[in-house]
Design a protein around this ligand. Structure first.
Ligand code: SF4
Length: 367
């Protein structure tokens, strides 16, 4: 029998914790995202965090640009259903305040911190509270001496920066609740940096392409890099950066993980591209089935097909599907037609059949 998914042997990394969420070790690849609301606006930020949680996000990062943002953090942390990571640049004192506000992690970009004494104090505070640190290397903000040495922000330069800071935190502070990212907006540069680094270190890796662009280009770049790395067993947590609603980042991450056979949260939807035989509004139908499926959270294969003639045959491997016709639609299960209904009743009948199927196969639910 042909394997439908690649056999992936994940590289063993040490286990760390962001609040209650374990990363690395035997944990599944974790999905995370970042809010794009104004952190000072507690309500909007929390609303977005709840939407992210509903979509399957497991860890969320929020930007801490100033004192007012750090003040709002206390309420956000208290109400958030997800562990919060504070994202810091330039000002380490905000990090210490964020730790007091109860965050589970901080992300630092060492290239943007000039004052080592202040950084020491921040690392000390993290150690005291068990707060996870992500050493987030970014090709766009490497230290000047490394740029001079390598000429450009090459993967080797990024790796040297990461090693330098990890070594500093580990040897000077004896602290290990750490993860690392080595990001660039170029997917191949990103991949090479992670590959080189993973040969040298067993700290968990947060993977993804930074500043990847909007939904289509950002998804493509991230899928190239994240899939390549995960296929090689590299990567412990994923963030798909998109210039889009952050909830989309979570959907894309799970779509990648499912296609690699690593994690499945939502039903897989097989849908035909439509052609001249299609006599229903299949795009609309697909959107409705897709938003239903994202709420369902089950291991199912659904099919949305444009015509009765070829639909069920083309989607034979689907558990349950619908196919449109002229004013009517059919519902099929495992390739066999089980019901014919009026077009206006098609969706409702389809959802009822899915619920029936789930009742017969409760093991398919991802609770
Ligand atoms: S299922 Fe029917 S409408 Fe869809 S592509 Fe195939 S033949 Fe065309």
């Amino acid at each position: 029998m042909f394997d439908l998914y690649p056999q992936i042997k994940r590289k063993k990394t040490r286990e760390i914790r962001v609040g209650k969420v374990g990363i690395g070790g035997e944990n599944p690849v974790r999905v995370q995202s970042m809010t794009n609301t104004d952190t000072r606006d507690v309500k909007s930020t929390l609303d977005q965090i709840f939407r992210l949680k509903e979509a399957g996000c497991e860890i969320v990062r929020v930007a801490i640009p100033d004192e007012r943002a750090v003040l709002a953090l206390r309420d956000i942390v208290r109400e958030s259903p997800l562990p919060i990571i504070a994202d810091l640049h330039f000002d380490t004192s905000l990090g210490e305040k964020a730790i007091k506000a109860g965050v589970s992690g901080i992300r630092i970009n060492p290239g943007t911190f000039k004052n080592k004494k202040r950084l020491d104090s921040l690392i000390k505070a993290c150690k005291e509270e068990g707060v996870c640190i992500r050493v987030g290397i970014n090709a766009g903000s490497l230290e000047a001496d490394l740029l001079k040495k390598y000429g450009h922000p090459t993967p080797d330069a990024m790796v040297e920066s990461a090693e330098r800071w990890l070594d500093y935190i580990v040897s000077k502070h004896d602290y290990y609740n750490l993860k690392v990212s080595l990001k660039s907006s170029n997917w191949w540069q990103t991949v090479r940096a992670y590959e080189i680094f993973s040969e040298k270190s067993d700290f968990p890796l947060h993977i993804g392409v930074t500043e990847a662009g909007g939904l289509i280009p950002g998804t493509v770049k991230n899928t190239m890099a994240v899939s390549y790395l995960l296929l090689k067993g590299i990567g412990d947590t994923v963030r798909i950066s998109l210039t889009a609603d952050p909830v989309e980042e979570v959907y894309v991450a799970y779509e990648i993980l499912r296609n690699l056979g690593l994690r499945s949260l939502y039903p897989d939807i097989i849908a035909c591209p439509t052609c001249g035989r299609c006599e229903i509004d299949l795009m609309k139908l697909y959107e409705e089935v897709s938003s239903y499926a994202r709420k369902l959270k089950a291991n199912l294969k659904l099919a949305v097909m444009g015509c009765v003639v070829n639909g069920p045959g083309e989607a034979r491997e689907a558990d349950i599907g619908i196919a449109g016709g002229k004013g009517v639609g059919i519902i099929f299960r495992e390739g066999r037609i089980i019901k014919k209904v009026k077009e206006e009743e098609l969706l409702q009948a389809f959802f009822e059949e899915i619920e029936k199927f789930i009742k017969e196969h409760p093991e398919r639910l991802n609770l």
